[in-house]
Design a protein around this ligand. Structure first.
Ligand code: HEC
Length: 145
């Protein structure tokens, strides 16, 4: 039930922000983490799932929830960010079962490009790869042999 609610909210947010888009464009954007519409989706997913702890502008709460703004880990190695979202860490819950790979990619890409962070987006495939234990495809090509 929770997954359905999140999906509905995030979809409504995208639709409201992009009323001129056709349904076909809307559906396609969910699979394109680097796209403009995906940035809107990432913002919505962040607001729904993350902001209660990390705060709406990623400023965090000192001593409790790390700030994501200007955070070298957030803007660093994609594998660490993917692992944190999939598995949780410390007081942070796992989002493995609550968010799909394209939603995880959208929110990860959003936090990596917001509040002064300027790192490359993370594709949905990186989340799929770590879920399935094949992390090689995340940031580098698989070497030929
Ligand atoms: C219930 C509160 C809570 C929620 C909800 C939450 N987090 Fe966290 N998050 C934390 C805590 C606490 C830590 C620090 C964990 C640790 O110390 O190992 C953390 C750590 C992180 C880190 C690593 C930061 C660093 O400097 O190492 C990232 C990235 C992150 N969260 C992103 C997110 C995103 C994206 C979401 C939403 C999809 C989210 N979090 C939802 C509590 C939360």
């Amino acid at each position: 039930m929770k997954i359905v609610l999140i999906a509905a909210l995030s979809c409504a947010g995208v639709a409201a922000a992009a009323v001129a888009q056709t349904p076909a464009q809307h559906a396609g954007a969910a699979q394109a983490p680097a796209g403009g519409q995906s940035a809107v989706a990432g913002r919505e997913i962040f607001a729904t799932n993350c902001a209660a702890c990390h705060q709406p502008e990623g400023e965090g709460i000192e001593g409790a929830f790390p700030k994501l703004a200007g955070n070298a880990f957030v803007a660093g190695d994609p594998e660490g960010v993917v692992a944190t979202l999939l598995n949780g860490r410390g007081g942070m819950p796992s989002f493995r079962d609550d968010l799909k790979d394209d939603q995880l990619a959208a929110v990860a890409s959003f936090i990596r490009s917001s509040w002064g962070n300027a790192a490359a987006p993370i594709p949905a495939q990186a989340f799929a790869a770590q879920r399935n234990g094949t992390t090689e495809v995340i940031a580098r090509p698989i070497p030929a042999h």
